[in-house]
Design a protein around this ligand. Structure first.
Ligand SMILES: [Zn+2]
Length: 379
């Protein structure tokens, strides 16, 4: 669904952060995204501290991730690159208007997942001299899996179209009809946009801590163990007390398909010892305390323990999905963490509006059980 007024606005805002060649590529990418039918307004930008901003992804049919923007004295460092070129041009246009017309100097890929990395080739073209930073493990995983994961996301998107069309034809309320019509148009736009995607690999990696010394502040890219994937990094600014966490910590239920459930809580507790007051997560809202680190670590620990016990007793994942319920997990019921997750998912994910919070959480726990069950055999 393209809103003319917004597009005119976006085109009018000539991006002056780069060289003429970079600007030409930027405008061409912008035009291609528009002709593919990609939505133009994808983020809400929020100031988190002096010179640090969160671009919070609006809900879209194909998941998009947040970005963290660190404004250095003469350039920008951006954490994560979203799922598609149009997200990059949407963000860069918006940064020019709402943050600063400074060139992009550093890109950090927090981990290898497609919804955090598929915009990297676009940054490579519009910021020719930018360094692309990740952990060594993320670079390896992108090289091994990046193209295959893109094919997976394309296949899943194509398959989802039939189900979405079916749902649109039987939708009763105006809200439901609008939801499924938007889902179909955004899915088609995504498929057109990523048709020629090839992953762009980071050119700077770390197995520990890499520090960027800028006049404005220091930025620490920290790998300290496996979590959501084998290669998650956080970006920490000690002077401004901000941390950007990718998907190792966010406001949704943890996604554990590539995860290390026995190591993840320890990585989170380690990061929580750093001196920060604000968290820019990979998805959902900015947080201003360390509470969610403890909540998420506690949930992963409790659920993993229950799955380990059940698997040890010879139960199947399907059987455990019947007995381990949200109500049986203290980490979800205590302190309202389950409620927080439900509200957050309803607000920031593009979910069927008829789904209740209880159903969303229960489905999430079931998926987590299946993924933990599979991950327990992983080295
Ligand atoms: Zn992820």
């Amino acid at each position: 669904m393209i809103r003319r007024g917004f597009l005119k606005d976006m085109l009018g805002a000539a991006w002056t952060g780069g060289t003429l060649l970079e600007q030409a590529v930027f405008r061409a990418t912008q035009a291609r995204a528009q002709s593919a039918g990609a939505p133009a307004s994808l983020f809400t930008i929020e100031k988190v501290a002096e010179g640090i901003y969160a671009a919070i992804a609006k809900p879209t049919a194909l998941i998009n991730c947040n970005a963290a923007i660190f404004e250095n004295s003469s350039d920008l460092l951006i954490v994560d690159t979203h799922s598609k070129p149009s997200a990059v041009v949407a963000l860069v246009s918006q940064l020019k208007k709402e943050v600063a017309a400074k060139p992009v100097r550093y890109i950090v890929n927090s981990h290898f997942h497609w919804d955090h990395t598929q915009g990297t080739p676009t940054y490579r073209k519009i910021a020719l001299h930018a360094d692309i930073v990740s952990s060594a493990a993320t670079r390896r995983l992108l090289a091994e899996n990046g193209a295959e994961r893109l094919r997976g996301s394309v296949e899943a998107a194509r398959k989802s179209l039939d189900a979405l069309k079916e749902k649109l034809s039987t939708a009763r309320t105006r809200e439901a009809k609008a939801h499924f019509a938007t889902a179909i148009s955004e899915t088609n736009a995504y498929l057109r946009e990523v048709a020629n995607y090839a992953p762009e690999l980071p050119n700077v990696t770390t197995d520990g801590r890499l520090v960027i010394h800028d006049k404005a502040h220091e930025l620490h890219v920290i790998f300290s163990g496996r979590a959501h994937t084998a290669g998650d990094v956080a970006v920490f600014c000690p002077q401004k007390k901000v941390i950007a966490t990718g998907d190792a910590l966010h406001g949704f239920m943890p996604y554990m398909f590539d995860g290390y459930p026995r190591e993840w809580p320890g990585t989170l507790r380690g990061w929580a010892k750093l001196d920060f007051a604000h968290v820019i997560p990979g998805h959902a809202a900015v947080q201003h305390s360390k509470d969610r680190f403890m909540n998420m670590a506690g949930y992963i620990e409790e659920l993993t323990e229950a799955v380990v016990k059940g698997k040890g007793a010879g139960r199947t994942a399907e059987q455990l999905q019947q007995t381990i319920t949200p109500a049986s997990l203290k980490s979800l019921t205590r302190g309202g963490y389950g409620d927080f997750l439900g509200d957050s998912l309803k607000k920031y994910r593009f979910l069927d509006p008829s789904l209740s919070k209880a159903v969303i959480i229960s489905d999430g726990v079931k998926e987590n059980i299946a993924h933990i069950y599979g991950a327990l055999g992983r080295a």
